[in-house]
Design a protein around this ligand. Sequence first.
Ligand SMILES: [Zn+2]
Ligand SMILES: [Zn+2]
Length: 401
Amino acid sequence: MSNFLPDPSQGPSNTPATLLPSVGEIVDDATDLLRADGELKPGQGTITTAIALSLGVMSFLGVLAFLFPQYLTTPELRKAYNVDWCRALLFSGLLVSGTLSLFNIVFNRRRTVNIVAFAFVLVTILLGGSTVPVGDFPDHTPYLGMDWLVLDLLGSTTVFVILEKMFPLYKNQPIFRKEWQTDLIHFGVNHLLVGLMLLIVNFVIHRAQVIVVGEEGVQQFISTIPFLPQLLLCLLVADLAEYAVHRAYHEVPWLWRIHSVHHSVETLDWLAGSRLHMAEILVTRIAVLTPLFLLGFDKSVVDMYIVIVGFQAVFNHANVHLPWGPLKYLIVTPDFHHWHHSSEKVAIDKNYAAHFSFIDYVFGTAVKTDRQFPEKYGVVGSRIPGGYLQQQAYPFKKSQG
Ligand SMILES: [Zn+2]
Ligand SMILES: [Zn+2]
């Protein structure tokens, strides 16, 4: 991996830039930029180029979702969309990406990559842009969650990059830290396969419900609890299940192989939480959601739980430090979960909880230290590979470290 180098197309000041770069040059420059990590230095056009390229690609994926909604949008989300609002978002993406990339092309800043960004804008407009018509389409088709990927990537990047810049735990940590590419792929695949995951999870939970008929007395009792206390109870039950599964991942050797992929990241930020082995996502979801359904929590409560778990799973990894005070003994904060990812002796197999930190204090697995933050992260003597596919294959390889 290389650092973000100065623009290769900008030679010495008296060398005129070529009018049109070759396809080879464009591909090389774009690949170099995507492979780079480190700090983005202002004034070299790299920041605007990164924005132009990401918005260009996301606009293109967005218009594809408009064109093929039956295959590229999530049925649960479709119902909630305001189509005008989605069109306005797509229009803004095209406008910002188009303006920035055109500006950079004209002023010869990272020209080659901006040509790629502008090409995405042009193709998106040719495909219909923000006024692309949407016809009727059938339900119940297998789908990829392209809409979920684009919207969550846009929303999470905005919210968490701002939070991480305003309240950083490690001030000098760059947005594009080491191995951001691998975690972006994890983020992408996890979002695209949301439909397949839901299908498997629902199938298993349905089976579990048929086999173990829920205790009706308990279900009736839970349905009489008002929303807020019921939500707190739901979070507690979910976190106890999560605690048990998470502890098993650490203490059972073959499960640790799967979970160690999550621990292999050595620089934590909001995106790092996405690094999860596929099997772990499935097993954890099934183990946590099954008791919630068996106990008969209201749908509105479970929906709210899913929103909270989605937020905390990202937030707990963020490079953020806030003055939590005594709240740190009650809820899981980024400080608490950062210790879980530390490779220091004091932190090994500690701080398992996902919502309520008091669970670890009760079970005696909370990290005991006066220091506020760990110095080292990752897996002790790690041999876990860096690439996405290699990480998915890692637990099943014979020669384990
Ligand atoms: Zn863990
Ligand atoms: Zn984690």
